[in-house]
Every structure is written in C-alpha cells, then in structure tokens.
Ligand binder design. Structure first.
Ligand code: F6P
Length: 376
C-alpha cells in the first residue's frame, strides 16, 4: 500500500517554496510508493483540514512561480488564534494527521516552523522539515532556500539606488529584511559595493558611520550608500535591549507575569520591523554630514517573484532528497544542505538556535578589507 505524505508551508513565504513542493511531489509520485496531499495556509489548514490535491497536473508549471500554491500563515498549533482567543489546537492537528492516514508530514519553513514541527514530532507524528527563509538564519544547514533570490533582488535594487545617490550627491539608506541575522544585508551590501553595512550582529555607532561618509566626502565622493538590516541596533539601543532581556529573564525566574508581559511588549517594539531605527539613523546622518539623506525600505519586494536558478536547484535537491529520507524511514529531522549533499539533522539540534553571521566570517573580513564601514 502507498504511503500518504502531507506537505504544508508555514511562516513568511519565500522564493523556491513551489520548487520544493514540486520536488517532493514529483519524486513521491514517481516512486509509485507514495500519495501526496497539501494543507492550505500552514498549520491552520491542517487544523481546519483544508486539503489541496497535489497531482502531476498541479505540480507541473509551478517550478518558476513565486510564493506558495498552498498559501501560508504564521499560526502556531499551540497558540492558534480562534475568534478573539488563542487556543492550543495541537490535539485537533494530531487528529487530522491520523484522519488523513498520514505516514509523514513535511513542514517547509524557517526557525518558527522548525519549532512548531518539533512540538508535533514530540507528540508522536512523523515529521520532516525543509529549511526555508530569505533571512538564512536556520541553524545547522549551510543555507536556506529563498536567501539567494532575496539577495539578488536586494543587490539589483541597491545597484539602481547608486546612480540616483550619485547624481543628487545624497546619502541613501536602504533597509533590507533580517531581524536577527545580517546575512541578507551583508551579502547584498558586499555585492552592490555599499559604503556602509549595518547588521544585527554588530551594534553600530552613528558617529562612526557619519565619519566614514565624511571621509568619502573629503575624497570627493559626495554620496554614500548605507545598507541596514531591519534588526540592526545602535550601540546605545543594543545596551538597552540587553538590559531589557536580562530583566525579562529575572521576571520569568520570579514568576512575575505582569512584569514579564510588560517587558515582552517593550522587547517586541525594539526589534519590530517598523523601521523606526532606520528612519532615525537617516535623519542623524543628514544632520551630522550636511548631506541630504533619503530612505528606501525594500520590504516584501525581497520575498516576492520568481526564484533564482540557484534557489530552484536547491529547493529541488531538498524536496527530492526528503522523499528518499522518508523511504529510508527517517523522521523527526530537518533535511539540511551540507556541501553538495544533504543530511537529516535531528530537529532537537535545529530548534532554539539561530545561524547568525560569525564575527570572523570571511564575508565580514572581505567587507572590512575593501574599506566598507560596518558601524563599529
Ligand atoms: O520570513 C522572514 C521575514 O521576511 C523577515 O525577514 C521579516 O522580518 C519578516 O519575515 C516579515 O514578516 P511579515 O511578512 O509577517 O511582515
């Protein structure tokens, strides 16, 4: 009898999701051992049992499509918004897994999805995951799909901002996505020859940034491109953030729920992608250098549209090898990229960790060597 495999996509969408769905679906169907169904809108669709048949007809021609044909959501099984409440729907999700006679469920997502999938694995479901996010911050994989495309899009956008910055003798501050990890800002910044790159891993001093811009002015370059990851913080803000986190830890220890709630809100505001920090930085740089400054927020543009060739290949590799791992009986693991191959990494080695840019990473060293200011 054929194995029944379910797929869902959760968290923020990412170029390459459809290529991965196709990779899983075609390999599964061609194996003649597996039937495949999709659940719409992430864990919510599994909870509501909203199914999409994934036959060869549906799977053909989705390779180049952006987004996800299954739809996605950020809803978590154990904290599902239902009406005005947040309810633990894990039992309903488990029931639906068995109701559909699933032998395995493949969850495609970033760090949050890996955690949610792990919770289901702990409940006894056969779970496999693939690492997807434009942020490239999933632990224990060389890379995630979606990252390469987003880096290409951001690079092209910054290339275009260069000529207008140059013509108007302006500073252009460009905010790219990346809350906790600076891979996207760093990669796109290096590729586009940004003059300043600010990432969450290196708290910045606005005075140092202004100095770097002034040095360029002295050399006759009356324009500068400043690439900022949305999670980058000034040194002052970073210190406040660390203090708040410590207070939150203490409130948790003391079981002071009210204080913890209050601190959660404050911390969320700090790292939220409201771009407030970037707006302030742009104004500060204008004041400190005397150059006009303009701000561009690339936002969701970086997540939309067709995946790059590299992401199509990566997603196909991961999707098709995931089916092989299911055949071998692997479960409770993320299929990670390791060099030219793939590896099944136990989910407990993935969750609760994040891949951030190491301070001695070769990309950072190269940026410093060519004179890019990193704000420190
Ligand atoms: O999926 C990752 C990401 O694109 C982050 O880079 C960004 O901070 C966040 O999602 C934006 O989330 P949303 O699309 O829910 O606004």
């Amino acid at each position: 009898m054929n194995k029944h495999i379910g797929i869902l996509t959760a968290g923020g969408d990412s170029p390459g999701l459809n290529a991965a769905i196709r990779g899983i679906g075609k390999s599964a169907i061609r194996s003649q051992e597996m039937d495949i169904i999709g659940f719409r809108d992430g864990f919510r669709g599994l909870m509501e049992n909203r199914i999409m048949r994934l036959d060869l007809q549906v799977l053909s021609s989705i390779l180049t499509l952006g987004g996800t044909i299954l739809g996605t959501s950020r809803d978590k099984p154990h904290k599902m918004p239902v009406g005005n409440e947040t309810v633990d729907m894990t039992d309903v999700i488990c029931d639906n897994y068995y109701r559909n006679n699933l032998d395995a469920l493949i969850c495609l997502g970033g760090g949050g999805t890996q955690k949610n999938a792990y919770r289901l694995a702990l409940r006894g479901l056969n779970i496999l995951t693939l690492p997807k996010t434009i942020d490239n911050d999933v632990a224990n994989t060389d890379v995630t799909f979606g990252f390469h495309t987003a880096m290409e899009i951001a690079t092209e956008a910054i290339d275009r901002l260069h000529s207008t910055a140059h013509s108007h003798h302006r500073i252009i501050v460009v905010e790219v996505m990346g809350h906790n990890a600076g891979w996207l800002a760093l990669g796109a910044g290096i590729a586009s020859g940004a003059d300043v790159i600010l990432i969450p891993e290196i708290p910045y001093d606005p005075i140092e940034v202004a100095k770097a811009i002034r040095k360029r002015q002295q050399r006759g370059n009356n324009f500068s491109i400043v690439v900022v990851a949305e999670g980058a913080l000034s040194q002052v803000d970073h210190n406040t953030y660390v203090e708040l986190k410590e207070k939150r830890r203490q409130s948790k220890e003391k079981k002071d729920k009210e204080l913890k709630k209050d601190l959660d809100v404050k911390l969320e505001k700090f790292k939220s992608h409201q771009s407030k920090n970037t707006v302030r930085l742009s104004q500060e740089l204008e004041e400190m250098t005397g150059l006009e400054s303009r701000l561009t927020i690339l936002g969701h543009l970086q997540r939309g549209g067709t995946p790059s060739a590299a992401d199509r290949i990566l997603a196909t590799r991961l999707g098709s090898s995931c089916v092989q791992y299911i055949k071998e009986g692997v479960s409770g693991a993320m299929i990670a990229v390791k060099g030219q191959g793939t590896e099944a990494i136990p989910l407990e080695k993935v969750v609760g960790q994040r891949s951030v840019v190491p301070l001695d990473h070769s990309w950072l060293m190269s940026a410093r060597r060519v004179g890019t200011c990193l704000g420190d």
